[in-house]
Design a binder for this molecule. Sequence first.
Ligand SMILES: [Zn+2]
Length: 410
Amino acid sequence: MSPTKRNSLNRELAQFVRHAYAHAPAVQKIFDDAGIKPKDVKTVTDLERVPVTSKDRLAELQRESPPFGGFLAVNPKRLSHIFLSPGPLFEPHGAEKALTRVAADVFRIAGFKRGDVALNTLSYHLVPAGLLLDAGLRRVGACVVPSGVGNTELQVKMLLDLQVTGYGGTPSFLMMILKKAEEMGLTVKTQFALKRALFTAEPYPPSLRAQFEGVYGLKTLNVYATAELGFLAYDCSAQQGLHLADGVVVQVCDPTTGQHVAANEAGQVVVTTFNETYPTIRLGTGDLAIYNDAPCACGNKSPRLTLVGRVGDAVKVRGMFVHPNQLKLAMSKFPAIARVQGIVTRPDVRDDFTIRVELAGEASDGDALSAGFGETVRNVCRVGVDKIEFVPQGTIAADAKLIVDERKWE
Ligand SMILES: [Zn+2]
């Protein structure tokens, strides 16, 4: 981030914190309990002093102090919508522009512009997803076709008759629509005007990307977003993590202490958006990610996140969070390995991390495989492996946990 950009972000943050403290009783209580004043938060770095509020805690606060848990920071008469997101969490929206601004920026990065006609297939009710996409699209000057979920044949008709150029929604639903069009005898590439798609709300696997970009010739962008916080990060041509969106503060923190983890370590995604209506400062998303600020091959200077999984599924080994998906990733680089299972024990005062390995066939060189796999796990998980133990085929059940925590804390 350039110094000018950082200064303006810090200024916006300081002003936002003052507003939140003055108008949202829950924010005031969080600050008071932690012994900090709004003036203590002048920069993004200072934000680390503010305790993280988990989504579970937010739901609890809403139950204790219904409906908004003390986070509403504007007069209720100024609200325009109230959503109900999974949690369940009530989410008030008013005149705030922060989430729309971030969404519009990301739509621009995806290539959306004035003159586009865009199909918005996310839900327009209960959750804010549909209306957020709607607002972002309109802000870049696109015309929105609020087609919502379902009605695949009607979606095909709209794509064709309206010569729709853009799509917003899940990748799997667009694939369903395109397959339906082909079933109906249409040729997507020549009869449709579709050029770009912004995907969110589900994983976007490389196999689907190859079809959309290769077979159908679309430009696609995958976005990491949450119901409460809007757009947070988006992928790029290099496919090495998700670039953080501008105008939102995303931190990767130790789920226990709330402090930043070092680059390349896994931590919880903690987010502060400049939403003056509902300022949930430092909301813990429960997502586990690795933060990386090394330059990206695509040229985008924004730091990147690699999402790993949910915090609750990770096990802390010698201070590092290790997620089953990280072990899966390490294993995927070794075709000779059929199954693995990490076992964490504590024979004395130090955690022992042993990995049991089941081979797909006969190993040609067990020592080399053991050394190579151990090194890969260390690189992916940032934790050294104490022992690689080869076990007979059939030892690790197909549905066994990938990481077993056998430490006893009594
Ligand atoms: Zn990139």
